[in-house]
Design a protein around this ligand. Structure first.
Ligand code: E4P
Length: 221
C-alpha cells in the first residue's frame, strides 16, 4: 500500500519523506489556504517546491469546473513537473476531462468521490487514482470504509487499473482498515502516519532493555 501525505505543509512533507515511507502528496485548495498560499503564482511555486522534496505522485487540484478550463489548467499543472498528478473533481465536465487527460497520457486523481457509482465512472474514464473521502462520510454517520470495500469489489470484478486512494483518512485505524480492505493508497495527515509507530509495550520494552544493558555494563569487572 502506498502512503501519501495529505498536506501542503513543506516541513511535514519533508519529515514524512525523511522517514522513508512516503510515496506521494495530496493537496487541495483548502490545504493550500491553510498554509497561507494564495495567488496562482504562489500556488504554482508551492507545487514545484513539493515536487523538489518527493519522488513522485504530487496531486495538484484544478480550480476550474468547466471542461475547457479544466483542460487548460490541468495541462499547465501537468507541464510543471512529471511528478504532478492532475486532481479533478467528480463532476460531469471533470469526468470528460479525465477521459481527455487519460488519452493524452496525463495522470489524474478523481477527487470528491462519495459513492461507488462515482468511483465506477472515474475508472471508466481511466482515472489513475480515485479518491473516496472516508472521514467526511464518517462525519455524516455513513460508513466510509464500507465505500472502500465496495469500490475494491467493483474494480476487482472488472480488473480496473484505477488505484483506490483512500482520502480524508483521519487516524491510524482508518489506515489499518484500508490496508485490510486492500486500498492501493491512503492519504493521511502526518499525525495519523506517525501514530502507527506507537505502542506502549515498545516503549516499556525498550526502556527495560536499555536499563538492563546499563546495569550489566556497570556490573562488569
Ligand atoms: C485529499 O485528497 C482530500 O482532499 C483530503 O483527504 C480531504 O480530507 P479532509 O476531509 O480531512 O479535509
Amino acid at each position: 500500500m502506498k502512503f501519501f501525505i495529505d498536506t501542503a505543509n513543506l516541513a511535514q512533507i519533508r519529515e514524512a519523506y525523511d522517514l522513508g515511507v512516503l510515496d506521494g502528496v495530496t493537496t487541495n485548495p483548502s490545504l493550500m489556504a491553510k498554509e497561507g498560499i494564495t495567488g496562482q503564482d504562489n500556488v504554482i511555486k508551492h507545487y514545484i517546491d513539493i515536487c523538489d522534496i518527493v519522488d513522485d505522485n504530487v496531486s495538484a487540484e484544478v480550480i476550474a469546473t468547466t471542461f475547457d478550463e479544466i483542460i487548460k489548467e490541468g495541462e499547465a499543472l501537468a507541464a510543471l513537473n512529471e511528478k504532478i498528478v492532475v486532481k479533478v473533481p467528480m463532476i460531469k465536465d471533470g469526468v470528460k476531462a479525465i477521459k481527455y487527460f487519460t488519452d493524452k497520457g496525463i495522470r489524474t486523481n478523481c477527487t470528491l468521490v462519495f459513492s461507488a457509482g462515482q468511483a465506477l465512472l472515474a475508472a471508466k474514464a481511466g482515472a489513475t487514482f480515485v479518491s473516496p473521502f472516508v472521514g467526511r462520510l464518517d462525519d455524516i454517520s455513513t460508513d466510509g470504509l464500507a465505500l472502500i470495500e465496495d469500490i475494491r469489489l467493483i474494480y476487482d470484478n472488472y480488473g480496473y487499473e484505477t488505484q483506490i486512494l483512500a482520502a480524508s483518512v483521519r487516524h491510524p485505524m482508518h489506515i489499518l482498515e484500508c490496508a485490510k480492505i486492500g486500498a492501493d493508497v491512503i492519504t493521511a495527515p502526518l499525525s495519523a502516519i506517525t501514530a502507527l509507530l506507537k505502542h506502549p509495550l515498545t516503549d516499556s520494552g525498550l526502556a527495560q532493555f536499555l536499563a538492563d544493558h546499563a546495569k550489566a555494563a556497570a556490573a562488569k569487572p
